[in-house]
Design a protein around this ligand. Structure first.
Ligand code: SF4
Length: 550
């Protein structure tokens, strides 16, 4: 691993290409793509068994965007290229440095890209970063000059002869793209309503399976880009103005853990009258530092929380009644994404059903299920290796949605996948489509806060309700009819919610049901047929140049 290599001889005059690995991704191929592991966060591991109701969207490769924004060399970001587009870019410009970012499953693509660079652009220095560098012996798998583990920004700055500790500039990142719901691709302006802000990387909680935490130093450590509420406010305000958004996806593994920063941000939001909407990640014990009133004033609208397992013993869950907590949060209009691990050490074929039922009983708006997976670089991987329990499987299959990569005391590899799918099915069957659930929680929040004396809070709930007033009547109309044959109980709940929308918004909701509903009913049926034929979706390619006039 390159910690502090000699700087590149051209310094900030070096021409830099920063790229993600090539697609397509949602297919089985010899480079390590897997149909079961598409480049869609939600469809991959949260809503994947929800059929036409699955939330489909892509997210950019934030690491290379952050690096590009923080170096002064002429640079290009090439995100989601095809293999051919990557070669074309290498031939078109004499790049001095080519940086590739990748996760572990794509190590085969990294190796192929290094091979291509040596052939097409032999003078380029090759730098590999991202989670792929956590693989023991990665140096023997891919022919790169440098493998960078952890903070790529300071590494690249140092390599180009710049100050590695200079303040971080945050790029403008639209939170997602290519949104698709019930067979309909949303127009760009409807999908791109939030900015992604990355206040820090890593997490000091150090759960044994967590790749992000171990990649940025492990327990007790993390990388802080914006440590104060003031800095964060300034970054958010800048994004608000340039991207014309008022919602922020705060990509901090445990945002609410740092209460001083969050409360300082709140004070600044209140002073400036900002009705911002925040989507955050937080552990249960961090959430409990706040009153519901504080969370609502802070604009927390959506929370991703690790539930793991009631008997897991992780510090972040210590003393938390997560079922009670999730109910309370939803009652305040805070949408929840719960995350549960299937196949922990104490799980067995006898108790796994009870554990899954417990997870489903949280009735979160979304639920991620992942297999307990020793990923290279984590304490769990080191432990399994020491105990001789790792199974020799292709690295491309170690992503938590396929089968165990270790010998479990009570559950076989085949059964691990069966139980994982069962968890997704049970959640979908018992709680219905996530689209329905978020509508219900949003309405609950609106009813509670629509007459709140604080204008900032009223405005936020009003903004969140606006989509419900206009479109959701139609979404629910189509859903109610489609689910009638397959899940009568959920269909009845959807009907009740649709009627509540009509009670609340009268004519507008009725018109939406009458116009949007039949259209979505038709697009959903078409989508269901496509999915049955094996249709998949791929992200578009992005090319962004900076300081290019050099
Ligand atoms: S709390 Fe979440 S982000 Fe932090 S170490 Fe644990 S799993 Fe990772």
């Amino acid at each position: 691993m390159s910690i502090h290599p000699a700087p590149h001889p051209k310094g900030t005059r070096a021409r830099v290409l920063l790229t993600s690995v090539f697609g397509p991704y949602a297919q089985d191929d010899p480079y390590g793509s897997r149909a079961i592991n598409p480049m869609e966060l939600y469809h991959n591991q949260v809503t994947r068994l929800q059929g036409v109701y699955s939330l489909r969207m892509f997210h950019r490769s934030w690491g290379i965007m952050m690096i590009q924004e923080n170096i002064s060399a002429p640079s290009t970001v090439l995100d989601f290229p095809s293999r051919e587009r990557f070669i074309e870019e290498l031939k078109a410009h004499p790049y001095d440095v080519v940086g590739i970012t990748s996760i572990i499953v794509n190590v085969g693509k990294v190796a192929e890209m290094c091979r291509i660079i040596r052939e097409v652009s032999p003078h380029s220095a090759i730098v590999v970063g991202g989670h792929v560098t956590a693989i023991e012996g990665v140096e023997r798998m891919a022919d790169a000059d440098h493998f960078v583990k952890g903070d790529g920004i300071s590494w690249m700055r140092r390599y180009l002869g710049e100050d590695p500790a200079a303040p971080i500039r945050h790029p403008d990142i639209v939170s997602g793209f290519g949104h698709r719901v019930m067979g309909l691709t949303l127009p760009r302006h409807m999908g791109a309503t939030a900015a992604t802000i990355i206040p820090s990387a890593g997490c000091p909680m150090g759960c044994n399976f967590c790749t992000t935490s171990s990649f940025f130093g492990g327990k007790g450590k993390f990388l802080n880009f914006f440590g104060s509420g003031r800095e964060l406010f300034d970054v958010m305000e800048g994004a608000e103005q340039r991207l014309k958004v008022d919602s922020f996806f705060l990509m901090d593994e445990n945002f609410l853990l740092y209460k001083k920063r969050a409360m300082d941000l709140l004070a600044r939001m209140e002073k400036a009258g900002k009705s911002w909407v925040l989507y955050v990640f937080s552990s249960a014990h961090a959430i409990r530092q706040y009153t519901m009133e504080e969370l609502v004033r802070l604009g927390v609208s959506w929370l991703w929380m690790g539930l793991e397992s009631p008997r897991s013993g992780y510090d972040k869950l210590h003393g938390a009644d997560t079922v009670k907590l999730t109910r309370e949060l939803r009652a305040h209009g805070i949408k929840l994404l719960g995350s549960t691990i299937v196949g922990m050490e104490h799980h067995s074929p006898e108790n796994i059903h009870e554990e899954i039922d417990h997870a489903v009983a949280h009735e979160t708006d979304f639920h991620q299920f992942m297999l307990y997976t020793p990923i290279p670089g984590t304490p769990l991987h080191a432990q399994m290796k020491k105990e001789g329990r790792l199974i020799d499987v292709d690295l491309a299959d170690i992503h938590g949605q396929f089968q165990f990569n270790f010998e479990h005391g009570a559950i076989s590899r085949e059964d691990s996948k069966r139980f994982l799918d069962l968890a997704f099915w049970r959640d979908f069957e018992r709680n219905g489509p996530s689209l329905f659930r978020i509508c219900r929680t949003t309405l609950e929040g609106w009813r509670r806060y629509k007459f709140h004396p604080d204008l900032r809070i009223r405005r936020r709930f009003e903004a969140e309700m606006s989509a419900l007033k206009h479109v959701y009547g139609g979404v629910l109309w189509a859903m109610e009819r489609q689910l009638k044959k397959t899940n009568e109980a959920i269909s009845a709940q959807v009907r009740e919610l649709r009627r509540s929308l009509v009670d609340e918004f009268g004519l507008r909701a009725r018109v939406a049901s009458a116009i949007v509903g039949p259209m979505l009913w038709w697009t959903s049926r078409r989508e269901a047929k496509r999915l049955a034929r094996g249709w998949t979706y791929e992200p578009e390619t992005f090319l962004e140049r900076r300081n290019w006039g050099y």
